[in-house]
Each structure stands twice: as structure tokens, then as C-alpha cells.
Design a protein around this ligand. Sequence first.
Ligand SMILES: Cc1ncc(COP(=O)(O)O)c(C=O)c1O
Length: 425
Amino acid sequence: MRLSLFGEKLTGKAGILSLMDDLGAGVTEDGREMIMMGGGNPGIFPPMQEALRARLQKIVSDPALFHQLIDAYAPPGGDTAFLRLLAERLGAELGWPIEADNICLTNGSQSAFFMLLNLFAGEAEGGRHRKILLPMVPEYIGYADLGIGDDFFLSMRPVIDPLPDNLFKYRVDFAKLAESSDIVNDVAAICLSRPSNPTGNVVSDEELREVDRLAECLDIPLIIDGAYGLPFPALVYGQGRPYWSERLIFCLSLSKLGLPSIRCGIVIASAEIIKRIRAMNSILALSPSKVGPMMIEEMLVSGDIFTISQQRLRPFYQRKMEAAVEAVRRSCVGINYQVHKPEGAFFLWLWFPGLPVTSLELYRRLKRRGVLVVSGHYFFPGLPEPWPHSHECIRVTYVQDEAVVRRGIEIIADEVRAIFSGCSV
Ligand SMILES: Cc1ncc(COP(=O)(O)O)c(C=O)c1O
């Protein structure tokens, strides 16, 4: 089969493909059930499921609502009345000046990132090649293979701040950013996830202001991926307020609220950018699905989407996070390990300094033992030079039942201990 460069690029060995494939791997080769600590599925939160079930039943049993749901395409940015409601509710909650023409719905925020990143980076007029700046890696695995062209990202290693109790925190290295001449010439937009997937880091308000100042100097957009953030699903356990700027492109998703299969992403940006995303949406998908918007409409009107997220969903995940950290501390005694301070989202980022095998090899060994994690090396696209640290980390999710997560962490610790002592199981 002869493929185009685009075809080759989008069907190659993407980290996100391996991760999504693993979501379907229910059992080990010898038939044991897998402990799923890999992909980004949200946990099962019964109160949210109940609210969504009730809403779906109401839609199905009301002929007018059912008709609205299934038998007409929405406009390419989303249903107009819904966009007005969303603009009014998000604007009030966040204190931002949002109108309906500042919003475009997409079929999942993953597809929003495909459109947004390629809108700005790649080949431009005059033969210029421009890139997306990731001011700090590790960064979300789903960005890594989105570029239609090659050489799509420029990224920076973070500063590593050691913290007590085997914790550490990444911080944007502004001194390095200031030194890089490539940034002035080559960067088309800046992108970061907040809270961060994979680390659970929440870039501080001050760091964000400084990143935004850089965007202002370069006169480029600042894309903030709020898939785990405020105002929903609000998985922020400490500091970190919503951040507004003239240059902001802010992306939200319904997935981590409990609707990953519905595929609904929300892009908020200037009307000029939104017009272009709507145009791309109509070429790529004709129109965004109406299922997500209709499922959350009542929760938006009542404001429950914000209160359930902030008062119930956040504590649900925070308890899971604390139990997972406790399990790591108990299981990893005697191992050289570090955990990124978990400030948001639902992952632990585990670092084993001096790990004698690569994180990819550790992933393979754990998979054989029935535990699925994600190898850390996928999360470092665009680094100008190799960095051993990128092969010493893994990402684990803690959304499953506490006992399952504890068992998974015990197996991870056991395998890592065996690797360090040179006698892998
Ligand atoms: C940081 C981040 N951004 C975006 C996405 C894409 O989410 P979706 O396409 O389900 O909205 C994910 C999914 O896991 C994510 O973790």
C-alpha cells in the first residue's frame, strides 16, 4: 500500500494509540484480569451517573427532546441556544467576558487540539516553519502525534524542586526559555495542560502569568488545556485559579466529568479563532454531536455542574489520590522513588532515579504481571536533546477501587525492587 506522508504520520506508532489499545486489554496472556492503571478513563462516581441517567431517561421519553437529540445536524460550532447558555453560565462562573461566538464545540477535546495546534504550527507563508511551544515537559501524550508535519514541538525541561517525603515538583524554567533564540523565531503558540496530565502538577498562577507575558511578547496565543480543571470537573486539590488573558484559548471537556464516550470538547477563544475552528469542524466532522450538550443542559441551568464538580467530584478523587500516595509510601520502602506532588487530575507520576531498565521495559514487565501503566517516555515530545529522566518515570491512574490500586502499586513496587536488585521476576 502506498501512503501519503500524512497517512504515514497518522498511522505510525503513536503513544496515544498504544495507550488507547491497552484500554481494551482486559486480561493477561495467561488469562488473569488486568489491573488498569494506564489510560485516562474517569472513575465511576455514582451521584453523577444517577444525574446523567435521569437526564437521558427524560430526553428519551420526551418526543420533542428526543427529536432535538437525534434528527438534525447542529451548526458547526454547536447548537446556537446551547452556546448562548454555556457562554452565560461559564462567563458568570469564571468572571470572563464570553459570548456565544467565543465558543466552539468539538467531538472531544482531542479533536479540538488537532485543529488548534495545526491551525497555528507547521509550514506557513514564506516557507517559514513554526512550532508549538510546550513550556515544560512532561506534557499530555495526546499532543505528541497531532502535528500534520514533522518537527512540530519545541519543549523545555522543567526545573525539579525536591520536596520532603519523597515528593518533587516540576517548575517552568524561565531562565532557559529566555535563553532560547528558537522561541522568538519559530514559535506559533504556547500550550500547556493545567492540571497537568501526566504529572498532576498545577502550574502556579504566577508561573502562568509569566508564560502569558511571553505569549504577549511574541504576540501568539496561549492554549490552556483545562480537561481536568475548573470550573468542571474541578480536579484541583490546592492552589490554581482560572486564568484569563486576551490571548487565551481555553479548552474544556465533558470526559472527566464522567462522559468520555460522549465525545464533547469545548473551545473558548476570540471570535476570530472560533470562526476558524468552526470551519475546520465542518470540514472534518460536519457538526459536533448534540448528545453531550443535551446531557448537561439542565445541570448548566441549575448550576449543579459546578457545585457537583467542586463539592463532590473533587473530594471523591482527592480521597483516591491520598490513598494511592499512602499505598506508594507503604509499598516502596527501600526503593529509590519519587512522586510528583499530586495537585490535580487523577494520576501519580512516579520517578525511579537510576532505574536500570527503561520505563518502556518496566511497562512491558508490568503488563506481563497484569498491571497496565503508561511509560513516561511518551510525554516528552519536542525536547532538543535526550534526557535520561524521561526514561525513569511512569504514569499510573488511581481511579479504580482503592484495593485494586493498592494491589497494582504493590506489584509495581515489587517489580521495581526486583529490577534494582538485578533479579527481575
Ligand atoms: C490533558 C488532556 N487533554 C485532552 C484530553 C482529551 O480528552 P477528550 O478528547 O476526551 O475531551 C485528555 C484525555 O485524556 C487529557 O488528558
